[in-house]
Design a protein around this ligand. Structure first.
Ligand SMILES: Nc1ncnc2c1ncn2[C@@H]1O[C@H](COP(=O)(O)OP(=O)(O)OP(=O)(O)O)[C@@H](O)[C@H]1O
Length: 608
């Protein structure tokens, strides 16, 4: 399907190319759209036949008082039949358009989410999650409006105008010319309405999205708002945005009720007056047909509806254009769908990890890693420590290939990290990140995330290794327990244990822990340490840790500071050297002693 936006110089051309790209999504459902248009056509023609039949009754039966009952009943029956056909087909076309639009939006959302799933991680630094959510839900919803109402309204409006012109021309060609003269006037009203209303409706849209993002932020931080007793001030902030929304909305209502409807009514009344005057003048020269006058007035009244409707639909078209632009920008952004197609590469048996002269920065000019060199040997436990912001997690990010270094080389099993296909790499590495994310679903599904079928045996084995089974088995439903949205019913430590079991469940060759023990108690930390010891047999373990107690047994400790490895060795070697590690060790030791002292003081006070 041709999905690339053509770069054009003018805004109008850009808009046109966006809309034509949007229409390519209707092609797979063209049979639905064609039948909807057919129904629309039948509905419009049936509706337009009614004034004509009324004219025939007036001119041929009522005015000449020729009560041919068979003819009269036939005509009334025909009006009734056309009315029923118009109503039924109107209903069916609306349902079919809605259904077709849902299919289109479903396709766009599927494509969009599959694209987002393959985004490089760095893209999420630039795209806030809220914006992506809005792209996938609100923007595609505005695209739906385009297929549900704008597009059918445009076709319906055009069909109606053509049908009315034909009917009026058949009644009197001179009046047809008069109606033709109305078109420029109506177009001017449409243009004026569009110019005045567009900024107001844009304002409404912007305000709604501000309220949404504000609500999102406040709901997420509700515990802090309540803890700091800031309810009143946040209420005021929210009301301020809401008042702005109210202002725009009221203006929008005024514009609709003051401008569009009264102005078109004024033109309609003026036209009706001209037609009546015309017939009055005509009546001096010849006998006028009351039915013809009635039909004219009926058609002229219907003539204004499509203009009113189209003016409002143009607004939706504008919203849909903006929504489509954002959605297509996202679809055109970098995403690696081909990564699933590469063939696996042959790795050396030992899963050594090697960083050679690595330089890396997230933003140009702000180096985060500078000339990093190390080897984490297979079957060994390598620990990375250092102060906050020293670059420890960045190292993990490079290893997971979430980002690319500006220079240097990273090797796994003797192969460049960048030659290993994505699927092979994800199977090779088990990651436990700083934030233990719990997805909606059961504990079993959360542990077995990397496997396609949830397997209780594998999941419980992985849980046992990190001793997560003890708390899981106490939960209602055990492994089938659903811990609520984002794992709200679990403590941070329990979430971390689930994340550890998840990383172990697919039996990776490399085990990567990024601050995995930061939030668990000392007893659980001991179990994790034992699990690491057991696990490092034949595997490479790399562990980023703040707590030095977690990494005391490491075969190699890398000490980082300001993006560089400033010390390396075992715990026993490093504590005896003057340097960052010893400082860190002494600081933590002092802290632990203070905590111990505080708790024993607390105990003696309570005992007293
Ligand atoms: N996505 C990002 N975009 C831009 N800068 C980033 C990003 N992530 C981290 N940084 C910056 O890179 C530097 C190193 O961060 P990193 O998270 O690697 O440090 P860390 O040693 O793991 O810190 P901590 O122990 O607090 O987790 C910091 O200055 C940080 O602000």
């Amino acid at each position: 399907m041709p999905r690339k936006v053509r770069i054009s110089s003018s805004e109008t051309e850009k808009k046109r190319s966006l809309i034509s790209r949007l229409f390519t999504y209707s092609l797979p459902h063209k049979s639905c759209f064609v039948s909807a248009f057919f129904m629309l056509f039948v509905a419009v023609v049936s509706e337009m036949a009614i004034p004509w039949l009324a004219k025939v009754i007036l001119d041929e039966v009522i005015v000449p008082q020729k009560f041919d009952w068979a003819q009269l009943l036939g005509l009334i029956g025909a009006i009734f039949a056309f009315y029923c056909i118009a109503s039924c087909f109107s209903y069916w076309q609306a349902v079919t358009f809605r259904h077709s639009a849902l299919l289109v939006v479903n396709d766009i959302r599927k494509e969009l989410f599959s694209h987002v799933l393959n985004f490089p991680i760095k893209t999420f630094d630039r795209q806030p999650a809220g914006k992506l959510v809005s792209n996938i839900t609100n923007d595609t919803e505005s695209m739906r409006d385009m297929f549900v109402s704008t597009f059918p309204a445009m076709v319906q409006g055009s069909l109606r105008i053509i049908a009315i012109f034909i009917a009026i021309a058949l009644l009197d060609w001179r009046l047809m010319l008069l109606s033709l003269a109305l078109i420029p006037l109506l177009l001017i009203i449409m243009h004026l309405y569009r110019r005045i209303s567009m900024p107001i409706f844009d304002g409404v849209r912007v305000q709604v999205s501000r309220i949404n993002s504000q609500l999102n932020e406040y709901l997420q931080g509700m515990d802090l708002i309540q803890a700091f007793r800031r309810e009143a001030s946040f209420q005021e902030r929210f009301e301020k945005e809401n008042r702005r929304w109210l202002k725009f909305r009221s203006k929008a209502i005024s514009i609709d009720s003051l401008m569009l409807i009264p102005l078109t009514r004024l033109v309609a009344t003026f036209t009706a007056a001209v037609i009546v005057a015309w017939f009055a003048v005509e009546s001096f020269h010849s006998v006028i047909e009351v039915g013809t006058l009635f039909a004219f007035l009926s058609y002229i009244e219907r003539f204004f509806d499509p203009f009113r409707q189209l003016s409002m639909e143009l607004r939706k078209l504008q919203v849909a254009t903006v929504g489509s632009k954002r959605v297509f920008e996202l679809l055109d952004s970098e995403s690696d769908h081909e990564k699933h197609l590469q063939l696996p590469v042959e790795l050396e048996n030992s899963r050594n990890i090697e960083f050679r002269n690595i330089y890396f920065s997230y933003d140009e000019g702000t180096p985060v890693l500078k000339n990093v060199n190390f080897v984490a040997k297979g079957g060994e436990f390598t620990a990375i420590v250092g102060p906050s912001g020293s670059g420890k997690s960045s190292l993990v990010n490079l290893l997971m290939r979430f980002y690319e270094p500006q220079s240097g080389e990273i090797l796994i099993g003797g192969q460049s990290l960048y030659s290993i296909p994505d699927i092979q790499l994800r199977e090779l590495v088990g990651l436990v990140s700083q934030d233990p994310i719990i997805f909606s679903g059961s504990i079993l599904e959360n542990i077995d995330l990397s496997n396609h079928v949830s397997d209780l045996k594998t999941a419980s084995y992985a849980a046992q290794q990190v001793q997560a089974n003890q708390f899981i088995e106490k939960l209602k439903g055990g492994y089938n327990h659903t811990p609520g949205h984002s794992g709200t019913s679990l403590s941070i430590g329990e979430k971390q244990l689930v994340a550890l079991a998840r990383a172990l469940s697919h039996d990776p060759d490399i085990f990567l822990l990024d601050e995995a023990t930061a939030n668990i108690d000392s007893e659980t930390e001991e179990s994790v340490k034992r699990a690491i010891e057991k696990f490092k047999d034949g595997r490479t373990v790399v562990c980023v840790a703040h707590r030095l107690s977690t990494i005391r047994n490491a075969d190699q400790i890398l000490v980082m500071n300001k993006g560089q490895i400033v010390q390396r060795g075992t715990h026993d070697e490093l504590v005896t050297q003057m340097g960052n590690y010893r400082d860190l060790y002494l600081a933590q030791k002092e802290q632990e002693e203070n905590v111990l002292l505080d708790s024993s003081f607390g105990l003696s006070t309570s005992t007293v």
